[in-house]
Design a protein around this ligand. Structure first.
Ligand code: HMG
Ligand code: MG
Length: 299
């Protein structure tokens, strides 16, 4: 077991972060937010979801966002697509990467996408076929991997099986989500170790939420296996509207502070990121959930 020398922080703030906000955020503010993140040198910024506006109204301007964001060499702007309808729209708008998402929990699958796990895999196959036809990259998400708000413990075997299905179908990476932040380092390590037996760990991303303050410890645990991509959200924004209790995603600044301390390269600058954290927190008129941003103030 050894730590990677370089880690990629995959920024989910504009999507996973903002999808959970009660008040609709103007497109103009989202665009300013995304452009500030681009200036920070992130290489992956998830900028929206092509989902039903009735289900997630906060993401209903995603087409406009994808249209407005200038393509940039070496930077990807993934969007979530739950079905073929979403994938067709995203591809039409020239999204460079689409993300499919599912869960091994039947109840969460129903609540989040109104279908069973098997149905969600059938939908995902259609999305992947469409993306492949159009040479669009596909990222896979599995949620509630360390616990579900409706079903409790989720089988590691089932999650591993779904992860392999998504990779075999053509996802370049699979992000394992502790959606309600209930996992602890021992469990996180156990699951990631199990999955690494059948999937190259370089293709496995970690997506932790910080409900019980476990996210950094969980990240530290799985970094030892060589995990190279961590999903983070600036200011600790976010949560899933269909996962009761899903508080913020782990804050980008908190993870960056830890990685800097460990001498792991990310290509990012903490001071610049803190400025963006204050920008969005000021707009939302609330304190950033990031402990680092709160402690260091407005650097
Ligand atoms: P449904 O109600 O069963 O869908 O929802 P439907 O096929 O019956 O269609 C209902 C209406 O939605 C129709 O419109 C469709 O056209 C429209 P109407 O005729 O009533 O006007 N519709 C769409 N509109 C835009 N884009 C689409 C689309 N599809 C249908 N793609 C559906 C099924 C999957 C659409 C719905 O359940 C949905 O949109 N779910 C998304 C929920 C979501 O976005 N959750 C958050 C993301 S997952 C997450 O946060 C976890 C993650 O961060 C990782 C982690 O933390 O673990 C990734
Ligand atoms: Mg999430």
């Amino acid at each position: 077991m050894s730590f990677p020398k370089k880690v990629n922080l995959y920024e989910v703030g504009p999507r996973d972060g903002l999808q959970n906000e009660k008040n609709i955020i103007p497109t103009k503010i989202k665009l300013q937010f995304i452009r500030k993140l681009i200036d920070c040198n992130f290489k992956h910024i998830e900028i929206g979801s092509f989902v039903s506006a009735k289900w997630v109204p906060q993401m209903s301007d995603s087409e406009k966002i994808v249209d407005a964001i200038e393509k940039l060499e070496g930077v990807s702007f993934p969007v979530l697509t739950p079905n073929l309808k979403g994938a067709v729209s995203a591809i039409k708008k020239k999204a460079d990467t689409i993300c499919v998402f599912a869960s091994a929990s039947e109840e969460f699958s129903k609540r989040n996408t109104n279908c069973s796990v098997t149905e969600s895999m059938n939908r995902i196959e259609e999305v992947i076929d469409e993306a492949k036809k159009n040479n669009v990259k596909i990222r896979g998400y599995l949620s509630c991997v360390l616990g579900c708000p409706y079903e409790g413990k989720i089988s590691y075997e089932k999650t591993t099986e779904l992860a392999n299905f998504l990779i075999d179908k053509g996802c370049y990476e699979i992000s394992l989500g502790d959606t309600i932040g209930c996992g602890t380092p021992t469990e996180a390590l156990k699951l990631f170790e199990k999955i690494s037996k059948s999937i190259n760990i370089k293709k496995v991303a970690a997506h932790f939420h910080d409900t019980y303050g476990q996210a950094l410890a969980n990240i530290y645990a799985v970094l030892q296996l060589g995990v190279q991509t961590i999903d983070t959200s600036i200011a600790g924004l976010g949560g899933c509207p269909y996962a009761k209790g899903a508080k913020g995603n782990v804050a980008t600044e908190d993870v960056l502070y830890m990685l800097n301390g460990m001498g792991i390269d990310t290509g990012l600058n903490l001071k610049e990121i803190i400025k963006v954290s204050w920008f969005i927190s000021d707009y939302l008129k609330r304190s950033p959930k990031s402990r680092v941003t709160q402690t260091l103030g407005r650097k």
